[in-house]
Design a protein around this ligand. Structure first.
Ligand code: NAD
Length: 247
């Protein structure tokens, strides 16, 4: 039997990068995947691509910063598929600048998506998970949230914020058999990192004991472990997937 057969999983930011790798990996394990992404063209393209592989993948184009849109989408998923087993809060953005140059909009946009977006999506699915007395919420922090990073005061604040959010939800929702965990990826080869100058990427690889960038699948497999039945006693944890860069 496939590991996630009959499981319904929502993956935010599932149209590209790590989220897309996760959609593929959950799909291959038999899950019904619903991608929530703000980019309509990329969402359609990813859904089509994965459906061609005969995977059960659907997409909803939405902006996670909008609480009404996310609640509507969660209700739509629960009504269509009968339940919501797993939420992967993967969508995230960067607006890099040093603190001297960072403006209010760059600060606020990153907070809106990376922190308020995660709040909105969690709020939207939690009533369903409470009713089911079962659920898995997985948040995407970052090494940058644990250690800071030059030029990313906004981003690192949100990624640290998710650690506190994860641990608090784990405490509050445990009695409903809902686990809440986070992953903290290091430098992963997605558009987010590939957009950086080659020199910076080389420096990141140099600092990583495993001497390579992570692959999107490296993170997707940890999402998949945390979402599994085997991980039912793991809650409130932050798992690094970083090639030991933080040691
Ligand atoms: P990515 O840019 O490739 O993908 C992010 C996806 O999120 C995109 O498809 C985008 O359209 C979607 N998105 C953005 N804003 C949205 C919104 N408001 N509503 C809905 N969808 C939205 O990024 P990635 O590298 O795959 O990153 C995925 C997650 O992993 C992010 O939370 C990121 O912060 C985190 N992360 C990435 C790295 C890395 O090195 N790539 C490292 C640590 C953490």
């Amino acid at each position: 039997k496939k590991k996630f057969k009959d499981k319904v999983v929502i993956i935010t930011g599932g149209a590209s990068g790590i989220g897309k790798a996760a959609a593929l990996s959950f799909g291959m394990e038999g899950a019904q995947v619903i991608i929530w992404d703000v980019n309509q063209a990329k969402t359609n393209q990813t859904v089509e691509e994965l459906q061609l592989k005969k995977l059960l993948v659907d997409g909803i184009c939405l902006n996670i910063t909008d609480p009404e849109e996310t609640q509507k989408a969660a209700n739509q998923v629960a009504e269509k598929y009968g339940k919501i087993d797993i939420l992967i809060n993967n969508a995230g953005i960067t607006r890099d600048a040093t603190i001297k140059k960072m403006n209010y909009n760059e600060w606020q946009q990153v907070l809106d998506v990376n922190l308020t977006g995660v709040f909105n999506c969690s709020k939207a699915v939690i009533p369903w998970m409470v009713e089911q007395q079962h659920g898995r919420i997985i948040n995407t922090s970052s090494v940058v949230g644990l250690y800071g990073n030059f030029g990313q005061a906004n981003y690192s604040a949100t990624k640290s914020g998710l650690v506190g959010f994860t641990k608090t939800l784990a405490k509050e929702l445990g009695k409903y058999s809902i686990t809440v965990n986070a992953v903290a990826p290091g430098f992963i080869a997605t558009e987010m990192v590939e957009a950086m100058p080659a020199k910076v990427v080389d420096m990141m690889i140099g600092k990583t004991p495993l001497k390579r960038l992570g692959k999107p699948e490296d993170v997707a497999f940890v999402y998949s472990f945390l979402a599994s039945e085997e991980a039912s006693f793991v809650s409130g944890s932050v798992i690094s997937v970083d090639g030991a860069v933080t040691l």
